[in-house]
Design a protein around this ligand. Structure first.
Ligand code: F6P
Length: 320
C-alpha cells in the first residue's frame, strides 16, 4: 500500500482536521504518499486531488471544519458518477482511501469497497449516530457548544420566569439532545427515538411551576415528531406559561474541537493508515470502552445503534 487518498464527506464536524492531520502524518511516517481529495465524493468524481506533505496539515489540529472541504454527492450514488470516481482513483493510482464522514459517507465507502477499492471509514459527524463506535468525531465539541448556549439561555430564561425550548441538531438520533440536556440540567429532553406527548410535557411544566420552578429548559432534537414552533404555541395555549424557542442550527457544527475530539480524531486517523499499511482494509474504525476497534465495513453498517434514551430518565429524575 503506497498511495493513499483521504477525503471528508457529508456534514462537517469539529475534529475532521485533526483526523486528516493524523492520517497524513501517520501515512508519511510509514513512507506512503498521501493525496487529499477535496469536496468529498464530488471531488473524487472531478479529480480535485492533490498530493499532501507534512506542511499541508500544519496549524489545523485546533480548527473546526475541514481543510479538504466537504459535500453531499448525489452524483456519486448514480452509475455514471460512480464509475467516474473509480476511473479517477485508477488515474491517480490510489491504492487505498480513507473516508471521514457520517452514515451517508460511509455507505458511499461501502459502495467503493464492493467495487474492489480498499477503504477505511472513520466516523466524522456531530450526530453520534454510528452504531460501531461509542463516540463520533465532533460529537463532544457539539455537545459542549450546545451546553454553552444552554447556560446563556438559562440565565435569561430565569430572569424572565420563562420556558425556553432549545432545538438542537439530530434528525434521527437524540444523542446531542440527551448529553446536552442531562449535563445542562434541562427539565425536558425530546428525542426522535421517542414520540413527543404534548399532554405530559405540559403536565411536567405545570408540576414544576407548582413545585416552585420559575423557569424551565426544554431541549428538543430537530427530528422530533412535533415542530418546535408547534411545541412553543401548544405550551403557551395549554398552560398559559411564557414559552420561547431558539434554534441553535449550524453553530453546533463549527468551532475548535475539544481535547476529546482531537484525541479521538488523532487516534482513529492514525489507526486508519496503520490498518492499510498492515494490509487490512474495508474496515470501519471506532472506539469502544476507550479502546480503538475496527469492524468489517459491511458489518459495521448493519449494526444497530444502542440507544442512550435511558439517560433522559435520569435527566428527568435529576431536574425535578
Ligand atoms: O452533520 C449532521 C447534521 O448536522 C444533522 O444533525 C443535520 O440534520 C444535518 O447535518 C443538516 O446538515 P445540512 O443542512 O448541511 O444538510
Amino acid at each position: 500500500m503506497e498511495r493513499i487518498g483521504v477525503l471528508t464527506s457529508g456534514g462537517d464536524s469539529p475534529g475532521m482536521n485533526a483526523a486528516i492531520r493524523a492520517a497524513v502524518r501517520g501515512g508519511l511516517y510509514h513512507g506512503m504518499e498521501i493525496f487529499g481529495v477535496e469536496r468529498g465524493y464530488e471531488g473524487l468524481i472531478s479529480g480535485e486531488i492533490y498530493r499532501m506533505d507534512r506542511r499541508s496539515v500544519s496549524d489545523i489540529i485546533q480548527r473546526g471544519g475541514t481543510i479538504l472541504k466537504t459535500a453531499r454527492s448525489e452524483a456519486f450514488m448514480e452509475d455514471e458518477g460512480f464509475s467516474m470516481a473509480l476511473n479517477m482513483l485508477d488515474s491517480f493510482q490510489i491504492d487505498g482511501l480513507i473516508v471521514i464522514g457520517g452514515n451517508g459517507s460511509l455507505t458511499g465507502a461501502l459502495k467503493l469497497a464492493d467495487a474492489g477499492i480498499k477503504v477505511i471509514g472513520l466516523p466524522g459527524t456531530i450526530d453520534n449516530d454510528l452504531p460501531f463506535t461509542d463516540y463520533t468525531i465532533g460529537f463532544d465539541t457539539a455537545v459542549n457548544t450546545v451546553l454553552g448556549a444552554v447556560g446563556n439561555i438559562r440565565d435569561t430564561s430565569h430572569s424572565h420566569d420563562r420556558i425556553t425550548i432549545i432545538e438542537v441538531m439530530g434528525r434521527e438520533c437524540g444523542d446531542i439532545a440527551i448529553y446536552a440536556g442531562l449535563t445542562g440540567g434541562a427539565e425536558i429532553i425530546l428525542i426522535p427515538e421517542r414520540e413527543a406527548d404534548i399532554q405530559s410535557i405540559c403536565r411536567r411544566l405545570v408540576e414544576g411551576k407548582n413545585n416552585g420552578k420559575r423557569s424551565s429548559i426544554i431541549i428538543k432534537a430537530e427530528g422530533v415528531n412535533m415542530s418546535t414552533e408547534e411545541l412553543e404555541r401548544s405550551i403557551r395555549e395549554r398552560t398559559g406559561l411564557d414559552a420561547k424557542m431558539v434554534i441553535l442550527g449550524y453553530i453546533q457544527r463549527g468551532g475548535s474541537p475539544t481535547a476529546r475530539d482531537r484525541m479521538l480524531a488523532s487516534r482513529l486517523g492514525y489507526e486508519a493508515v496503520d490498518l492499510l499499511r498492515s494490509g487490512a482494509y474495508n474496515k470501519a474504525v471506532g472506539v469502544r470502552g476507550g479502546k480503538t476497534v475496527s469492524y468489517d465495513l459491511s458489518e459495521a453498517m448493519r449494526m444497530k445503534k444502542t440507544s442512550v434514551a435511558d439517560l433522559d430518565v435520569l435527566a428527568d429524575i435529576l431536574s425535578r
